[in-house]
Design a protein around this ligand. Structure first.
Ligand code: GP9
Ligand code: MN
Length: 430
């Protein structure tokens, strides 16, 4: 109700930071590709195995001068997994403590999402995914988010032939290749999100697509992860080559992100082996929640950015790069490039990481040294309490927005309400 909206706006007015003006509008009018790297974790960047780089294409992109790469970027998903990642990236709203907000609230809630914001700035917006449109209630939710197009399974003639082993969609190489013909027809500038899936639990791949041997941790669900990560990297490599061939790379900004962890915390012995440690602590597991986040654009002032941030921060970051005013929206993230940003990264369960303290799995650590703080001094207790209070307040304010559908009471200046009935994603006959 309106008092909830007032408390949310109060929280935001106290926590809003101005975006980095050095980057304002540097990508204005460019096409935007959002490449969703299924279950890819940051530890796999620059990872060597069997005498070779597991992901030569993503490693190369990560280190290029015109790529902004983030090495303290965390996934912040809850039970909604991919759906929570999509919600955060395109709305800067957290998923819910239980379940998936896209499923429970995607159809009926009012959103002011990236596709609607950019469509109203002259962009054509499209999402691509080889799975059925109903998975995670995407078809209904995308109408609430204002996607012009949603190319799902029925748009891909090769879908069944390229069936991914769990049935969630298509093998990424074929999916990305077959998406090209639709991308080429999109009026520019466009915003195109491409959702991969092959690197998804239980990471099975057919023998002809195997190009690196399994990890040897002895954990049967962890060991094939390297093979599907390599395959994902090859798929992205082929897609980037296609972009170069068409010249689309010249006038596009390419954003890549890992949506959430692939290897869960239930595989500690295997994680220890992969990290070259005797055993993993909750500090290691907190760091294991890092996922890749990269923004690549010819001429972009890139480099490795160490700011602590997460998926909630992506939308304000991209809108600033695209030169879209974003100072009166209800978004919980902060521009990752802003120099005075709050670097406390909230996990969905209330744990957090920050440049000073990490609180994960019931333990508190010094973030710089990784030392567990078993007995906090009064000063440390106060500092940790301040961070915890910020996280709890941020998460509950976001939950108020989603559970209370508060955006129906609020209209950012110049934003036009989305008319959901205007969208139809069915593949018309012929
Ligand atoms: C489903 C695919 C996988 O369409 O995106 O979703 P996840 O299981 O990662 O949430
Ligand atoms: Mn996922």
């Amino acid at each position: 109700d309106s008092s909830d909206l007032a408390s949310v706006k109060n929280y935001l007015s106290k926590n809003r930071v101005s975006p980095n003006i050095q980057y304002s509008g540097v990508a204005k009018g460019k096409n935007v590709f959002i490449i969703h790297l299924e279950s890819l974790q940051q530890f796999m960047i620059d990872y060597k195995w069997d005498g070779q780089e597991v992901m030569p294409n993503l490693d190369k992109l990560y280190h290029e001068n015109d790529t902004l790469s983030f090495d303290n970027f965390y996934n912040q998903v809850g039970q909604g997994k991919t759906a929570d990642a999509e919600l955060m990236l395109e709305n800067s709203l957290f998923g819910l403590p239980e379940g998936s907000a896209m499923v429970t609230d995607g159809t009926t809630n009012t959103f002011q999402a990236a596709p609607a914001i950019l469509s109203q700035k002259g962009y054509t917006t499209a999402s691509f995914h080889g799975d059925v449109p109903s998975f995670w209630n995407r078809d209904n939710t995308y109408k609430s988010w204002g996607y012009d197009y949603f190319f799902s399974k029925s748009y891909y003639a090769n879908a069944d032939k390229a069936k991914y082993n769990l049935g969630y969609g298509m093998k990424d190489k074929i999916f990305l290749k077959d998406s090209a013909k639709y991308i080429e027809q999109l009026p520019q500038p466009f915003y195109a999100k491409l959702i991969t899936v092959t690197n998804h639990y239980p990471y099975l791949i057919d023998s002809k697509n195997e190009s690196i041997k399994k990890f040897d941790t002895g954990d049967s669900t962890v060991d094939p992860y390297v093979q599907t990560a390599r395959y994902l990297d090859q798929s992205v490599g082929e897609f980037l080559s296609w972009l170069k061939k068409t010249g689309l790379d010249k006038n596009s900004m390419i954003v890549l992100y890992g949506d959430h962890y692939g290897i869960s915390n239930n595989h500690k012995p295997a994680i220890a082996k992969l990290l070259g440690k005797k055993k993993v602590t909750n500090y290691d597991l907190a760091n294991f929640q890092k996922v890749p986040f990269m923004i690549h654009m010819p001429g972009l002032k890139g480099g490795i950015n160490h700011t602590y941030g997460g998926e909630i921060d992506v939308l304000p970051t991209l809108l600033n790069l695209l030169g879209v005013k974003n100072n009166d929206t209800i978004q919980f993230g902060q521009d990752l490039l802003a120099t005075n940003r709050n670097q406390t990264v909230a996990f969905r369960n209330g744990d957090f990481v920050s440049p000073t303290y990490t609180k994960y799995g019931g333990d508190v650590y010094d973030s710089k040294t990784g030392k567990e703080l078993k007995h906090l001094t009064t000063t440390q207790k106060a500092a940790v309490a301040t961070l915890q209070n910020h996280v709890t307040t941020e998460l509950s304010a976001s939950d108020k927005v989603v559970n209370g559908d508060l955006l129906r009471f609020y209209q950012p200046k110049g934003f036009k309400k989305v008319i959901k009935s205007a969208y139809n994603y069915k593949k018309s006959a012929g």
